[in-house]
Design a protein around this ligand. Structure first.
Ligand code: SF4
Length: 206
């Protein structure tokens, strides 16, 4: 099996730390084949250690990229400590901006508030809101935590604002105008920007 720890998407370097995720999104590329963005497989036969991630950064010449994005074929906060170590390495050694693409469920995964642990390590946290109502959210993301996930994700977003300069909610444009309007209201309530992104089959922005 391949061990794709980092992969290129345009002028950005994406990081694949884990295949674990508490969700089972209907659109997730994990359900749709085993490759993305022309990389080999993003299925990991084992999860990389921090020194392996750093080695992969160096090998990829990470400083030439416009952004390093923690995303991959799973939920990066499942490996919060490795994520922190890897982001810290980037911050200590370069001025390359860092971003986390997340389902926002880190607090439920770890059973504690985790936003503070991202302080000084990330420039952007992009959280998949996915829907403007809890019912639709559950239908689309199918989190193992059930209904609690929707409020926990919003709370995580609000708390991230204290520790990360740029916090964004995302939805895809295919959810329809009504749902986008409802999502905007949720984002406004949390004081977080909403990005409506174009859905592209095969992407894994979350
Ligand atoms: S899209 Fe992201 S949050 Fe959803 S199941 Fe896939 S890895 Fe998990």
């Amino acid at each position: 099996m391949a061990m794709t720890i980092v992969y290129e998407v345009g002028d950005k370097l994406y990081v694949n730390l884990t295949n674990k995720c508490p969700c089972s999104c209907t659109f997730c590329i994990r359900h749709n084949g085993d490759g993305a963005y022309g990389s080999d497989s993003l299925w990991l036969d084992r999860e990389p250690e921090p020194d392996e991630v750093i080695e992969a950064f160096e090998k990829a010449d990470y400083k030439k990229y416009s952004e390093v994005v923690f995303c991959g074929y799973g939920e990066p906060t499942e490996r919060l400590e490795v994520l922190r170590a890897a982001a810290k390495y980037i911050k200590n050694n370069s001025s390359v901006p860092t971003r986390l693409n997340t389902n926002g469920l880190s607090d439920l995964i770890h059973g504690r508030d985790t936003a503070k642990e991202l302080e000084g390590l990330l420039d952007t946290v992009s959280i998949s809101l996915n829907a403007g109502t809890v019912d639709e959210y559950l239908k689309v993301t199918r989190p193992k935590f059930g209904e609690e996930a929707y409020t926990a994700m919003q709370r995580f977003a609000s708390q991230c604002k204290e520790y990360v300069p740029n916090v964004v909610f995302t939805v895809v444009d295919v959810i329809g105008d009504e749902e986008i309007k409802a999502a905007q209201e949720v984002a406004d309530k949390a004081g977080v920007k909403l990005r409506v992104r174009k859905y592209e089959s095969g992407d894994n922005e979350k």
